[in-house]
Every structure is written in C-alpha cells, then in structure tokens.
Design a protein around this ligand. Structure first.
Ligand SMILES: C[S@@+](CC[C@H](N)C(=O)[O-])C[C@H]1O[C@@H](n2cnc3c(N)ncnc32)[C@H](O)[C@@H]1O
Length: 309
C-alpha cells in the first residue's frame, strides 16, 4: 500500500504502523475517531468519510483546520517556504538567527506556517514544547534546509493531506476523555496515547490515572477500538499490558532501532495493537505482515501541481 505522509514530523509518528493497522481494520460505515491525533498520519491513510480527530496540542488542530478551510493552500505554503528558506540561507550563525526569529514569532503568534517551518527545520524532526507551552526544539543546523526539492515535497504533502480531509471531518482540541464517549457502535476509535513513564512535554504528560481512565472508557465503549502501545523491550515489560489490556485481543511485532550508531547497539521494542474485536481473516499474532509492503507515495506519482506565482 502507498502511505500518505503528512506535512508535520514528530518522534512519535506511526507511519510504519499504518499498513499493520489497515490490515486488521474491520469493515464499517461508521466514523474514524482518533483522540490522540499527533501528526495525523494514521487518519490520513484510513480512508474514512466521517471522522472526529482530536489532540490537546492546539497547533496541530489549527494546522489541519487551516488546510481544511483553505486558509493554508499549497500555493501559500510554497511561497512562504521560498521566502523563509531564503532568509534562513542568508542569516548569520549559519541560519540560526533566522530559525530563532521564526521560533520567537511562532511562540507569540502561533501561526500554522511557522509551525510547519519549525517542524521541518528542527533537530531530527522532533516536536516538543516547554513548560510554558513554547516550541522547544533546536535548529537542525542546515541553512539550506528549504531547497526547492524539499519545498516541493512539503507542498505535495499539503496537497495530499487536503485531498484526504473530508468536509465532514471534525477537528477538536479537547482531552481524550471528552472524545471517546462520542463514539457509537459502528465507529472505530484508534488511540495512540503518550507512553506512561516515557518522554514528557507540555502536551504529553501521561499518568497512571490517565491510563486507568483510558482503560475504563475503552472497556465501556460500544465502538470498536484499537490501541497502539508497546509490549516489552530488551529490558522490561510494559506493566500496563498485564494491568489493563490483557483481557482484549493483542497482536505484536518487533521493531528494531539503534541507540547510537553501532550495529551492536541494536535494540528491539515489541509494539502492540490492543483491540476489542476479533480479527477477520488470517492475522498472525506476532509479526503479522500485510501482503504488500508499504511504500511512501513518491512526489513523482502525484498529478502535476500547477502553482501560480
Ligand atoms: C504518541 S502521539 C500520537 C502520534 C500519532 N499517532 C502519529 O502517528 O503522529 C500522542 C498525541 O496525543 C496528544 N495528547 C497527549 N495527552 C493527551 C490527552 N490527555 N488528550 C488528548 N490528546 C493528548 C499529544 O499532543 C500527541 O500529539
């Protein structure tokens, strides 16, 4: 399958899980409900006509509303990135002066265009906000970050996102606990909450009480749910699995990652999908591979885009 990649980046992005989630998706005429939207990559690839998409991070929701309501168009993004990319190239301290200027402007005005800039020019594509809710990721130190090919790539991601966003999609900026109760029998609720005890920032605090409330709400929902979480790594188990999630269906898969550059520093984390429904068809409990590997949509496969200067 071809995976649509959103214009935002984040360390928690689930691009690689998209085919896996799609493979277990039950057929339904209901809505896609995603209380922890993040970059939006999962919602953009599920093909639902109706959706409720929520995040406590207002900048994510604002960006998608701006795209949906044409306040941000591919043309506007292209022009903005060309101008700010050139300013970055010309700026002192190998671009850092301009990165700081955009960061300061974003932290006052919170514009979606500056949000895209920071997401794409920040270190390692990370998204993090400090205790005051201000952008908190440093520059990737590439003054040439916004080369024409990179701008084209981002503009095409905006085009693709816009194509997927249906007029009936609803975007909310609430706590997950206000969103899950909106789900009814035919809906699918996909939850990808922050991991308990892991990385925390302004929008990603997660406590035992949150996990328990999530469990209660998912246990009681009439909808079908899918929860993304981790099962175990080389050192420990995710205690929440035993405590809350074991009563549901669970499928797992290995995910390898490197901490540091050396091959011997390869680590495994076993990721899990927890669901309250039985799988149709032949889903292997561990390392289920969708029949076709996924490919990210190449910019060359898109219809040509005519941008007026
Ligand atoms: C792990 S990320 C989701 C990543 C997403 N699946 C993706 O692929 O990009 C978790 C998201 O939940 C949001 N979040 C954290 N706590 C929340 C809460 N209590 N209610 C709703 N959203 C919350 C965060 O802002 C973050 O965007």
């Amino acid at each position: 399958m071809k995976v649509i990649v959103p214009p935002l980046k984040s360390q928690g992005i689930k691009t690689k899980l998209v085919p896996w989630i799609k493979a277990i998706l039950p057929e339904t005429n209901g809505r896609w409900i995603e209380p922890f939207l993040g970059t939006g990559v999962v919602a953009l690839n599920m093909g639902f006509k109706n959706a409720i998409l929520n995040d406590t991070n207002p900048h994510i929701i604002q960006l998608y509303l701006d795209i949906k309501e044409d306040r941000i168009t591919p043309e506007i993004v292209k022009r903005y990135l060309e101008v700010e990319g050139e300013n970055l190239r010309q700026a002192d301290e190998d671009g850092y002066v301009h990165f700081r200027a955009i960061k300061d402007r974003f932290n006052k005005e919170f514009s979606s265009l500056d949000f895209i800039f920071l997401s794409r020019a920040g270190f390692n594509g990370m998204m993090r906000f400090n205790k005051q809710g201000k952008w908190n990721i440093p520059f990737c130190k590439k003054p040439n970050r916004f080369a024409q090919s990179y701008i084209t790539k981002i503009v095409n991601q905006v085009i693709q996102a816009k194509r997927q966003i249906n007029k009936d999609w609803v975007f909310l900026n609430k706590q997950f606990s206000e969103v899950i109760p909106l789900a009814t029998k035919d809906d699918i609720v996909y939850c990808d909450p922050p991991y308990f005890g892991r990385y925390v920032d302004y929008y990603n605090g997660w406590t035992e009480m949150d996990e328990e409330l999530l469990y209660q709400q998912l246990k009681e929902t009439d909808a079908k749910f899918i929860l993304s979480t981790w099962h175990h790594n080389d050192y420990r188990e995710n205690e929440s699995i035993k405590k809350y999630w074991e009563e549901f269906n669970i499928i797992t898969r290995d995910h390898f990652y490197h901490s540091g550059g050396k091959i011997e520093n390869r680590n495994t984390i076993v990721e899990a999908l927890v669901c309250n429904f039985d799988f149709n068809g032949n889903i292997k409990e561990h390392n289920h591979e969708p029949e076709k590997k996924y490919v990210q949509t190449s910019i060359f496969e898109l219809e040509p885009v005519v941008l007026v200067d």
